[in-house]
Every structure is written in structure tokens, then in C-alpha cells.
Write a protein that binds this ligand. Structure first.
Ligand code: KG4
Ligand code: ZN
Length: 332
């Protein structure tokens, strides 16, 4: 029996989870509301909020799991990538906690954790190797080929903005608040996705670019607003549905191509943007068309959380891959 306490603090969510034998006993997330008024994450405020949250969040995770700290076999933590001030809080806490209970540390890469969340035991089928995972978050957009848990090849990546960043910027242009992804998703359900079209760039291979889509969205609205200052207000739902369809279509077209080229029959999605309802339904549709299998994470494991760090730490712990207490965080 393996019991892991996992800590995640790479961006603006302070999270702690307890996993026992790949099952989640608790997964506590304190999201930081302080950034909403600034329209994006303010690093200095994020690290301060982590500092306030970390002790109560870990305490709650242990209590919800119904375990004492002496039952923890190892402490897993996100070492990077992320914001330095944010990472430092989780890394320092994990080191102190592990030292205090005399148990090993396991370092986890945040991106691997997102992908490996598919191996949390929920009593549901899990992907079999090899499979392709589209990792889409506020900071990353990658097509990954997994041949084993830690044998991961990056097939494609964004050359500029991440998909979540593009969605958040589109939302900001329409004054929908931050983070805009969930708002666009909700409003898009009432809109016509074919109302407007936005060009997607031709990028070689499986790479992406999102800065052009964002700019064409911005210029389109600037021109329309000259004719009608209420244009956004009148067409909000259609605009959300159209930009969402553009971004999701662009993402999945390359994933489908990558699967065909690599003869892979299983597709997964991970990261904050994998909570998007159109991305989820379109992935299902593509997989049904080809008789492939789709793996879609539950909402609680899409955005940043410590349960995904816990599963990655469990897999490493089982191979005796412990971290040295002197390891510093890394931002990239
Ligand atoms: O993985 P995550 O929580 O943090 C990073 O590591 O970046 O991802 C956050 C991103 C944000 O850009 C947010 O707008 C987006 O995920 N997001 C969504 C949805 N829920 C969160 N984007 C589209 N539709 C959603 N339902
Ligand atoms: Zn993330």
C-alpha cells in the first residue's frame, strides 16, 4: 500500500491531495480570486496567496483523506515549470514536511502530471500505450506521443501563445473577465458557431500558432465596432461560439493527423482547456468516426490540481525515483 501526499503550487491554485494506491482520497484546491480584478495572474500576489493557503490546504487534504501524517509514505511536489515565487512555496513546504516526517520526496513535472492524470484509478478504463495526448492549458499547447508513463515525445507545440491564452485574450477583448475560457464555453452554447469565420494559420507539421487568430479576432471586432458600438453586446454568444469553433477545430485537426501518421488509435486530452465542452464532444466525434478510443478527464482533473501530481509521484515512487532535498524549482 502506497500513500502519497502531493503538493501543487505552480501558478495560481494552491492544491494538496492524498492518493492511496493510485486512488484519490482527497484533492483540495484553493483558487486565488485576487487575480480576477487584474485580468490575469499577478506573480507577486500568487506567491503571497500560496503562502497563506498552503498550511490549511494540506491540513484539509489530510483530514478529508482520514489519515495522519505518519501514514504518508512520500511527498510529491511540482518542481516546475511555473512561476518561481509560486513554485518556491510548494517546493519549500514539501521539503520541510518530508523532512519532518522522515519520508522521501518525489519531484514532478507539471506537464507530465496533467497527462498522467489519466492513470488515476477511478474504476474506469485507462489509455494503453502508445497513445496521443493533446495537452492544452493557459501556458502550454502540445501534442504528445506516450509510449510509456515517462517515455513522452513532443510531436508538436505552439510557436507563440498557448490555446488557453488565446481563449482568455479573446474573452478579455469582449470584456468577459478572467479566466475567460469557462465563460466563452458557457456563452457559446447559446450562439451560432458559423456566424463568423476567423482564419487559422498554415503551420508546418504538428505545431500550432495562436497569435494570428487572436489578432484577426481583435481587428475584426475593431472594424465592426466602428459601424456599431454595441456589436459585441449584440453578438456575444455568436462571437464566443465562432472563436471557440475556430480554436477547437484547429487543435483537433492536427491531433487527428498525428494519430493517423503514427498509427495510434487512442486519443486523450489534458490541461485546463480540456474542460471545454466543444473540445470534449469533438474529440468523441473524431474517435467514433475512426473507431478510436477517446479519453476525457473528469472536470476536477482538468485544471491545476494536486491529484495529478499525486499520480505522477506514485508512478515515480514505485520505481524508487526520489528527489534530493537540495533540488531547486525550475520555471521552464
Ligand atoms: O491547466 P490550467 O488550470 O492552468 C495552466 O497550467 O495554465 O489551465 C487554465 C486555462 C485557462 O486559460 C482557462 O481559461 C482554460 O484553462 N479553461 C477553459 C475552460 N476551463 C478552463 N478553456 C475553455 N473552456 C473551458 N471550459
Ligand atoms: Zn496546468
Amino acid at each position: 500500500m502506497t500513500t502519497i501526499l502531493a503538493i501543487e503550487s505552480s501558478c495560481d491554485d494552491t492544491s494538496a491531495a492524498v492518493l492511496r494506491d493510485r486512488r484519490v482520497l482527497s484533492n483540495v484546491i484553493a483558487s486565488q480570486k485576487v487575480h480576477e480584478q487584474y485580468g490575469g495572474v499577478v506573480p507577486e500576489l500568487a506567491s503571497r496567496a500560496h503562502q497563506q493557503n498552503i498550511v490549511p490546504v494540506v491540513d484539509t487534504a489530510l483530514r478529508q483523506a482520514g489519515i495522519g501524517k505518519e501514514e504518508v509514505d512520500a511527498v510529491g511536489f511540482t518542481r516546475g515549470p511555473g512561476l518561481l515565487g509560486s513554485l518556491l512555496v510548494g517546493v519549500s513546504f514539501a521539503k520541510s514536511f518530508a523532512t519532518a516526517i522522515g519520508k522521501p520526496l518525489v519531484e514532478v513535472n507539471h506537464l507530465q502530471a496533467h497527462v498522467l492524470s489519466h492513470f488515476i484509478d477511478r474504476g474506469e478504463p485507462m489509455p494503453q500505450f502508445p497513445f496521443i495526448c493533446l495537452l492544452v492549458s493557459g501556458g502550454h499547447t502540445q501534442i504528445l506521443l506516450l509510449r510509456d508513463y515517462f517515455d513522452i515525445t513532443v510531436l508538436g507545440t505552439t510557436i507563440d501563445d498557448a490555446a488557453g491564452e488565446a481563449i482568455d485574450k479573446a474573452a478579455k477583448i469582449m470584456d468577459l473577465g478572467y479566466p475567460g475560457g469557462p465563460v466563452i464555453d458557457r456563452l457559446a452554447k447559446e450562439g451560432n458557431a458559423d456566424a463568423f469565420t476567423f482564419a487559422t494559420p498554415h503551420i508546418a507539421g504538428y505545431d500550432y500558432s495562436f497569435s494570428g487568430i487572436k489578432t484577426s479576432f481583435l481587428y475584426f471586432l475593431r472594424d465592426r465596432l466602428k459601424e456599431d458600438p454595441d456589436f459585441i453586446e449584440k453578438h456575444k454568444a455568436d462571437l464566443c461560439a465562432s472563436i471557440q469553433k475556430t480554436i477547437v477545430g484547429f487543435l483537433l485537426k492536427k491531433v487527428e493527423r498525428a494519430a493517423l501518421d503514427n498509427h495510434v488509435r487512442q486519443l486523450a486530452i489534458a490541461g485546463g482547456v480540456s474542460a471545454n465542452s466543444l473540445l470534449r464532444s469533438e474529440l468523441q466525434r473524431i474517435c467514433q468516426k475512426h473507431h478510436w478510443q477517446a479519453f476525457i478527464p473528469p472536470f476536477s482533473f482538468c485544471t491545476d490540481n494536486a491529484a495529478m501530481v499525486g499520480i505522477a509521484a506514485t508512478l515515480k515512487y514505485e520505481h524508487g525515483e526520489y528527489a534530493d532535498i537540495s533540488l531547486p524549482p525550475y520555471t521552464r
